[in-house]
Write a protein that binds this ligand. Sequence first.
Ligand code: FAD
Ligand code: NAI
Length: 467
Amino acid sequence: MADPYDLIIIGGGPGGYNCAIRAGQLGLKVACVEKGKTLGGTCLNVGCIPSKALLHASELYEGVSSHYGAFGIKTSGVSLDLDQMMKAKAETVDGLTKGIAFLFKKNKVDHISGTGRIAGAGSVEVTDAKGKKSTLATKNIVIATGSEVAPLPGVEIDEKRIVSSTGALSLPKVPKSMVVIGAGVIGLELGSVWRRLGTQVSIVEYLPRIMPGADGEVAKQAQRAFKRQGFDFHLGMKVTGIEKLKTKLKLTMEPAKGGDAQTLEAETVLVCIGRRPYTENLGLAEAGVKTDPRGFIETNHWKTAASGIWAIGDCTTGLMLAHKAEEEGVACAEAIAGKAAHVNYGVIPGVVYTSPEIAWVGRTEEELKEAGIAYKKGAFPFTANARARANQDMQGFVKVLADASTDEILGVHMMGANVSEMIGEAALAMEFSAASEDIARTCHAHPTLSEALRQAAMGVEGWTMQM
Ligand code: FAD
Ligand code: NAI
């Protein structure tokens, strides 16, 4: 009998593949079981990457159709080739998933195609596409099976007229109208894609605000910007049903606090009210792995309640983000290899890739107030930033929150062009427990958008240089 693996990872998404590659780098004998046709999980196949490909392409289309005139660039005869846009997206996904397969080979990770199940301590049963079963022995099992779309009770997702994010990433034509249920990250990103391509988008949200989790001031300003772009928001509303008529969908909703029912009609409905852990038929209960009431696997430093079984990424409690899964994958491999392993959960950035982009790291003003932490605040608008003015893209601002007595940065919140790239500087500063003064006294190149972060940090001590 072959030597057992040091670890077998079930699931080849950002959590699983990063765990596998790091384990391979550390010289562990490792296999990754993936049931999908390609590696990369939700993120590469139907999540981060295809959505960002469509966000970029649709932003270019809207820019060339409506905004370039302001720069003295005349365009005419602009038209949309949706098939080519989808093809380019598919090529990006294909290249990246193949890249993971290459990295597996390079780092001596065995890629096992099939559906994994925990068959007992140190044992993983794999069922391949033809139904053939095999059992593999291992010292450690890492569960990295990710998440799936949370359903809306009473609404059947057919991925044609009523779609989840997966269907919304591959619509064959631009719908005339779309109702998005949920003003979270997916609703705003994919709603933006289709709005830019010509769809009239309405968003129905249960809460009285958009983007729960983001700083309230940012969410308010972002909502104003999205409204100007043409989004029609229905906040504080709950959907009670969707009737499928011959050519359209009739959605019924009522105020969450109670009140009269209202209706909305659309060609397409996108349901995006969150995701839930995907742990179907894994044999968790039999193996002694504990989950919380919502089904998320409970862990302590990536260890589950069952000895030798670990869990990472979306199927565990916490943020459902690719880079959080990646951090946990690396840390888990290092812990299994006997190294000191750490994830700083207080410094995981969040980004919404709309236009303007929204990005943050650390705590919001609401969270600091609730925790009773005294803080100072500095803010800087992009209207006062030279590069933003040169680019004629002046929406948004940067806000730095720092501890009132120590000046340590507690949170940074941004809204504007390219802030997805700017948030890394704030995350790095927080990782080193920097004070706002550390950013304020760091020389930033001129003219750059990142000067807005410096100016906001200067604002904490009241020396922002703003007209
Ligand atoms: P997953 O990526 O879901 O991977 C789990 C893998 O396990 C899957 O490949 C699945 O097939 C496999 N699997 C499950 N069960 C078994 C089994 N029994 N046997 C074998 N294999 C199994 N996050 C960001 O940080 N940035 C973004 O821009 C972003 N955009 C997103 C856009 C959309 C539309 C969506 C839906 C999500 C987005 N996310 C984004 C979230 C991100 O995709 C997830 O947080 C991330 O993929 C989680 O990684 P994971 O490894 O935990 O799980
Ligand atoms: P989400 O949690 O971001 O937003 C869901 C929204 O739906 C919330 O505003 C919630 O209040 C609302 N909602 C819940 N039930 C509702 C109901 N019955 N009726 C109306 N509204 C309701 O979840 P989303 O957008 O589905 O995304 C899922 C996950 O994918 C998120 O955890 C997110 O982290 C991840 N993701 C991350 C991206 C990024 O980092 N850029 C992009 C896309 C997804």
